[in-house]
Design a protein around this ligand. Structure first.
Ligand code: ADP
Length: 229
């Protein structure tokens, strides 16, 4: 998953850089508004459309890769899975002044999922939260799990950062939405694909008191009354 994502990030850079260059060229040609430049402008715009479509295909390939057949579901212990993911996702976070609190419900322990994929989701959410709080005076992170009705478990990653602005929030789980100078905006789009391929959903809420909280659901293994007969 990590290799696939970095390969794609690399592949994506080409068409995106090309689009930026074409659009810049068009903008420069338009400052002098010379009718003779029109064919060149049209050509540059055609080229940028082609490159943008290529970028879209690359993302679709990734979504297919994640969604199709590559999901290997096993019964896992959720607190253990979260602990392992947090060890990776929160590496160096304490040194940055981040205080992480875990509140994992014992009755929300057995889940059916692709462990590597869901850990990738958690790592993404944790890293985003730590990055978001870089400039905050308070740096709290809460990782919660709760049993939901109807065979689902909910995991929440909440932070005391600046929160997500409403215009960004609207398209947050779409590819290429990023407020970071080096960001590809692929993290949350991949998270959504993974969570949905594992039978759950993912969404964002503003945190009362400031910050954001990302929730996602997982399928519970052995719902209580499934073993009774
Ligand atoms: P990237 O990290 O490459 O920007 P993501 O899809 O992971 O891509 O995130 C998209 C955007 O969502 C980020 O650029 C950031 O603006 C916003 N975001 C994500 N998580 C948080 C968070 N916990 N708090 C505030 N903003 C966030």
């Amino acid at each position: 998953m990590g290799t696939m994502a970095s390969t794609l990030a690399h592949e994506l850079n080409q068409p995106i850089t090309a689009v930026a260059n074409y659009v810049e060229a068009v903008r420069d040609l338009l400052t002098e508004a010379n009718p003779e430049d029109l064919p060149m402008i049209r050509e540059a715009l055609d080229d940028s459309v082609r490159e943008a479509l290529r970028a879209g295909q690359i993302v679709r390939r990734l979504r297919d890769f994640v969604a199709r057949g590559e999901v290997e579901k096993t019964v896992e212990n959720l607190p253990t899975l979260i602990g392992e993911a947090a060890a990776l996702g929160l590496m160096g976070a304490r040194e940055k002044g981040v205080d992480a609190q875990f509140d994992l419900a014992p009755d929300a322990s057995k889940v059916l999922l692709d462990k590597v994929q869901i850990q990738q989701v958690l790592i993404n959410l944790l890293r985003n939260a730590v990055e978001a709080m870089a400039a905050s005076s308070e740096r709290h992170l809460w990782i919660t799990s709760r049993r939901e009705k109807a065979g689902f478990v909910r995991v929440t990653v909440a932070d005391s950062g600046p929160g997500v602005s409403p215009d960004v929030a609207e398209q947050l789980f779409t590819a290429f939405v990023s407020t970071k100078s080096e960001g590809m905006g692929l993290g949350l789009s991949i998270c959504r694909t993974i969570v949905e391929a594992n039978g759950g959903r993912i969404w964002l809420e503003a945190r009362p008191g400031g910050g954001s909280q990302f929730h996602f659901t997982l399928v519970e293994a052995e719902p209580e009354n499934a073993n009774d007969g």
